[in-house]
Write a protein that binds this ligand. Sequence first.
Ligand SMILES: NC(=O)c1ccc[n+]([C@@H]2O[C@H](COP(=O)([O-])OP(=O)(O)OC[C@H]3O[C@@H](n4cnc5c(N)ncnc54)[C@H](O)[C@@H]3O)[C@@H](O)[C@H]2O)c1
Ligand SMILES: [Zn+2]
Length: 367
Amino acid sequence: VNKVVVPVALADRSYHIHIGSGLMAQAGEMIQPLLTQPRVIIVTDEQVAPHYLKMLETSLGASGIRHDAVIVPAGEGSKSFAEFERLMNKLLALQPDRKLTLIALGGGVVGDLCGFAASVLLRGVEFIQIPTTLLAQVDSSVGGKTGINAPAGKNLIGSFHQPRLVLIDIDTLKTLPDREMKAGYAEIVKYGLIGDRAFFEWLEQYGGDVLLRAPAALTHAIEVSCRAKAAIVAADEREGNQRALLNLGHTFGHALEAETGFSDRLLHGEAVAIGMVMAARLSHQLGMCGQEVESRLVEHLRALAIPASPRDIQTKWSADALCHHFYADKKAEGGTLTFILLKSIGEGIVVKNVDPIPARQVVMEMI
Ligand SMILES: NC(=O)c1ccc[n+]([C@@H]2O[C@H](COP(=O)([O-])OP(=O)(O)OC[C@H]3O[C@@H](n4cnc5c(N)ncnc54)[C@H](O)[C@@H]3O)[C@@H](O)[C@H]2O)c1
Ligand SMILES: [Zn+2]
């Protein structure tokens, strides 16, 4: 097995990300030395369980690890108070003790939900991430943010709780729908844009192979992404300035998602792809970069049939409604706007007090 290991340096909470093919079958061997008690509870969802739960259980069993599983419904709805309560009660019914470890097997929804449960179950137990979507593999499983949604907004209830291990088996992506692959890919492009021009250029050449799940290209793209996120998180675990760079495209994207009701009409990664194009346009209009940043990004996204404009989504957008969401953004401090902008391909910058007029102009031009 060809395996890559990426360290995440967080003092006494440091851990490793293992990336490769066939890792699920080795999960037991890899996890066993990390456990204080040979017992885990797997949290997964109804779509992932039929594909991968057996394989994981077999591997854990072979290493003498006692295991139970709790299966939650697939989809964002599982990050609700109601599902969280149901999960906690199911976990408690299994009579856990504090030395037990939870395993999140699934996409970002399962990772966020299980991570949050681990952070509060018996005042905190350890957890391991086995992400099975590209988005979770390059973004949500790394960094320690966990949480659920509230009626007032997404991810408003949560904690920082670092995993003990992140195990990325790229073979799991074989069953992931292409649309989900592309959505996760947008976050990969983000790492190139905010800090790594050479990686962006590599993606221009090999992005198609990544989406086709060619093992070498896929492993490389996930590795570079995890290294980028790990470096930012290590420098700034709790979101000061640096970590905010990861929000490139997310202020525009979040507004688009909110206006489509956070539904299947627009996946998070698709919103981020479009949002990054809008951020590139705004960067140019504020005189921070040339026009070619936007045009090159659009060309790359179009080549891979990834949405690049609000017009690619079948919806009647309202500029007023979209701009209104900018102020609800977690980054908006006291009614001022913060955007992540681009000075060039490979150089992102956090800009506070952005004039709302050009931001609105970008929205009006592009919808
Ligand atoms: N904690 C963080 O730092 C962070 C960062 C980014 C996103 N997130 C969160 O992540 C969530 C989105 O994650 P996601 O995009 O992975 O969504 P998801 O977990 O809902 O997965 C998408 C769909 O794919 C299915 N699926 C998962 N793995 C599969 C596989 N291998 N084969 C077939 N189907 C599979 C799931 O059942 C689901 O229906 C959001 O709630 C978002 O807030 C968190
Ligand atoms: Zn995102």
